[in-house]
Design a protein around this ligand. Structure first.
Ligand code: FEO
Length: 388
């Protein structure tokens, strides 16, 4: 429990032992499931926490409220990492009302074997809820990150409660780089819905915001323009890094890897210093997808395998196509000993991605590197550097 303003408290649950988010994204520093309490004539709690954190959550509520009881539990988002403890809350505080929208009510009744119809106050876009000096204005942000998402602005404290938006992986005080873990989180869970994020940014553009209270990661109360600009960039599918090169590769016996290293050397010799190489077999997939999102120029290098493409590269390409990979320049290094497939399959999988330009200078390795391949690598490096 921690004070954010004189009347707003952080009452979230930090799970330092959480290993995976959504059972798929590895966590380096655990995960925070944020919740907030607004203390006024009426008392509102903003979201619950995952069920494992209910004891910590209730303890924080009791410490702050003493003999008082909450009047409202506002449900911004029904994913169980936030809604897990709602039923426990209803049993503990039967007089409190749940404030949410119709879509969340439907999900509440789906997730729990309990009928919430008599427990809720349903709100519409622009509705207000006065707590005393604090007043909340609600607005919807569908698909950031689920269809029912409700966000709100509290006028007195100039606080934007942003649900999952502006969140990140890690416990609230994790010693990591906000941008890296926020990007990996954004690309993993929201990236596809850039248009919906743009709609959200338009909705908040006229608001005077002093702090952003997300459901994951720290409260943001400095340099807000930086965070909002990043969300603007990401949701427009623009790359943060326009000059450097990201090379993602798979290699079974080292020949494709050798081609990748030669490409890096050529790029360096041409003055391109920022070349990031990742072996997809040995590095974290969600991190690599996020790097592909970060760089505008991406090289994909892989081996033909089982008359297809190496399975880890196949997985990577599918994830790119499902996470809004677009506005990119892509180079391909293919390796195939008897029936090369990499170029064809890479293009087929990325065909649904908008504005992906494939560089025509392909590198076509047949087993081991030959003089001709060195020439192709040089030409690919020149073409990559030339791309604006
Ligand atoms: Fe943090 Fe979409 O739940």
């Amino acid at each position: 429990m921690k004070k954010i303003t004189s009347d707003i408290y952080y009452i979230g649950y930090n799970n330092e032992n959480a290993d995976l988010f959504e059972s798929q994204f590895p966590l380096k520093n655990g995960m925070s499931y944020n919740s907030y309490l607004i203390l006024d004539e009426k008392i509102a709690i903003v979201d619950s926490v995952e069920l494992d954190g209910k004891d910590v959550w209730f303890k924080s509520i009791e410490e702050i409220l003493k003999e008082r009881k909450p009047d409202y539990l506002i449900v911004e988002h029904m994913e169980p990492d936030h809604s897990g403890a709602i039923l426990e809350f209803v049993y503990k505080y039967p007089e409190a009302k749940i404030v949410t929208n119709q879509k969340s009510l439907n999900l509440l009744n789906q997730f729990f074997d309990f009928n919430f119809d008599d427990k809720v106050i349903l709100v519409q876009e622009h509705d207000k809820l006065s707590l005393g000096k604090h007043s909340l204005t609600f607005f919807f942000a569908p698909m950031v990150h689920w269809p029912e998402v409700l966000m709100m602005y509290e006028k007195h404290s100039k606080t934007f409660f942003s649900a999952d938006a502006f969140g990140k992986f890690g416990v609230i005080d994790a010693k990591d780089n906000w941008i890296d873990e926020a990007r990996r989180y954004y690309v993993g869970i929201v990236a596809k819905y850039g248009m919906q994020v743009q709609n959200l940014l338009k909705k908040i553009s006229h608001l005077e915001i002093d702090r952003i209270c997300s459901l994951h990661g720290p409260v943001l109360d400095k340099d807000l323009g930086k965070y909002i600009s990043l969300y603007d960039l990401w949701s427009k599918f623009e790359s943060e890094n326009k000059e450097g090169i990201f090379i993602a590769y798979t290699s079974v016996y080292g020949n494709t890897k050798e081609a990748v290293i030669k490409l890096k050397e050529e790029l360096n010799s041409l003055g391109v210093e920022d070349v990031l190489i990742k072996d997809l077999s040995r590095t974290e997939m969600s991190e690599n997808v996020a790097q592909a999102y970060r760089y505008r120029k991406v090289v994909l290098a892989s081996t033909t395998y089982n008359n297809g493409i190496f399975p880890i590269m196949h997985d990577f390409l599918i994830r790119l196509s499902e996470h809004g990979f677009q506005n990119k320049v892509v180079g391909i290094i293919e390796n195939g000993s008897w029936a090369p497939q990499v170029e064809k399959i890479t293009k087929n999988i990325l065909t649904s991605c908008k504005n992906v330009k494939f560089i025509e200078q392909y590198v076509r390795v047949k087993s081991g590197l030959k003089k001709q391949n060195l020439k192709e690598i040089r030409e690919l490096a020149l073409a990559l550097r030339k791309e604006e």
